[in-house]
Design a binder for this molecule. Structure first.
Ligand code: UDP
Ligand code: MG
Length: 327
């Protein structure tokens, strides 16, 4: 019997948390596996924390950690994974978009020897514009990134203990979990399920947050944008060189007669634009280095349940592979 830990990040989910908890228990209890549920309250401003306190008081299998403010889903997932003591961990959302009924199937696939079982959603019921944009993004990302990220394969997945420990061994503070899960490797298998609408409440992902998440993803796992800048620079230099050669030859053969105002202006504007964009890319990386070098903890804990095994947020580099949270 594998011991299962379910990790659930929650941010303002008071409206659905009870329904979610009931559905989760209904899915877990018949499997016969011992389990624990690790909720992380990501600084909710509604009554989520109160609900979690109650759930933990009523059931010793429920644990929770609450953050001092909203630190984002990535930090919440990290805190949740640090709480786990099971042989496997399942990461899932609290809004019932990740159907708990799929967990037995994930366990089944895990028994076949896979360290990561990924439940991949299709895009049914999603707005046409949004799904077209996501598809384009993934096509772009696949070409630009050193790790493979798959469209629809989000955070709903089962990880074996060693996969969890590997994820925890990555100290970076700019956490892009899709990339992290792919980077750690191990045998993985995925299956598709039909996309479900959020049960209640609102998605926290507006257009701007999604765009920033997309840029994060592109920059977190490689330095190819910098390489692209070098290539663009080289191409421009070569073109300029050839053009200059052509003008000089033309001048020598036919005499000087070109005012060339338009050409000059176009060249200056285009070059200026490219230089600014490149500077922006470099700036992003420098910003990241600055951010990482501060080695801040990923989150600050304000409260845990009395039995929680979670340690308070330590320095980012404190957590190492194989470190299991006990006591
Ligand atoms: N979430 C979180 N912190 C945040 C935003 C979201 O812990 O800052 C949680 C949220 O409670 C939910 C999951 O992450 O359990 C997914 O969030 P959401 O449903 O808003 O995202 P979507 O499904 O639209 O991608
Ligand atoms: Mg959702």
């Amino acid at each position: 019997m594998v011991h299962l830990s379910v990790v659930v990040p929650c941010f303002n989910e008071a409206e659905v948390i009870d329904a979610f908890h009931t559905a989760l228990l209904a899915a877990l209890e018949p499997t016969g596996h011992p389990f624990e549920i690790c909720y992380v309250d990501d600084g909710s401003s509604d009554s989520t924390l109160g609900r979690l306190r109650q759930l933990a008081a009523d059931d010793p299998r429920v644990h929770f950690t609450s953050f001092s403010r909203n630190f984002g889903k990535e930090s919440a997932m990290l805190a949740g994974l640090r709480m786990t003591a099971g042989d496997t961990a399942v990461l899932m959302d609290a809004d019932l978009q990740h159907p708990p009924e799929l967990i037995p199937r994930m366990l089944e696939l895990h028994r076949n020897g896979y360290d990561q079982v990924i439940a991949q959603r299709d895009r049914s019921g999603e707005g046409a514009v949004r799904s077209a944009l996501s598809r384009t993004y993934y096509r772009l990302v696949r070409r630009c990134m050193d790790v493979e990220v798959v469209d629809g394969a989000g955070d709903f997945r089962l990880l074996s203990r060693r996969a969890v420990d590997s994820v925890l061994s990555m100290p970076e503070s700019n956490r892009f979990s899709k990339g992290i899960f792919s980077w750690i490797g191990f045998g993985s298998v995925s299956f598709t399920y039909q996309n479900v609408e959020r049960a209640a409440g609102e998605s926290k992902w507006g257009g701007r947050r999604l765009l920033n998440y997309g840029i994060d993803g592109l920059l977190s796992f490689n330095s190819r944008p910098l390489r692209l800048a070098i290539h663009t620079g080289l191409c421009l230099f070569l073109t300029g060189f050839l053009y200059a050669g052509w003008i000089i030859t033309d001048d020598l053969l036919n005499g000087v007669d070109t005012p060339g105002y338009t050409t000059l202006l176009t060249a200056i504007v285009a070059l200026g634009g490219i230089q600014l964009a490149t500077l922006g890319v470099i700036g992003e990386y420098v910003g990241r280095i600055y951010h990482e070098s501060k080695r801040r903890p990923h989150y600050v804990v304000s409260e845990t349940d009395s039995r929680s095994r979670n340690r308070p947020a330590g320095p980012a580099l404190e957590c190492t592979a194989g470190a299991r949270q006990t006591s």
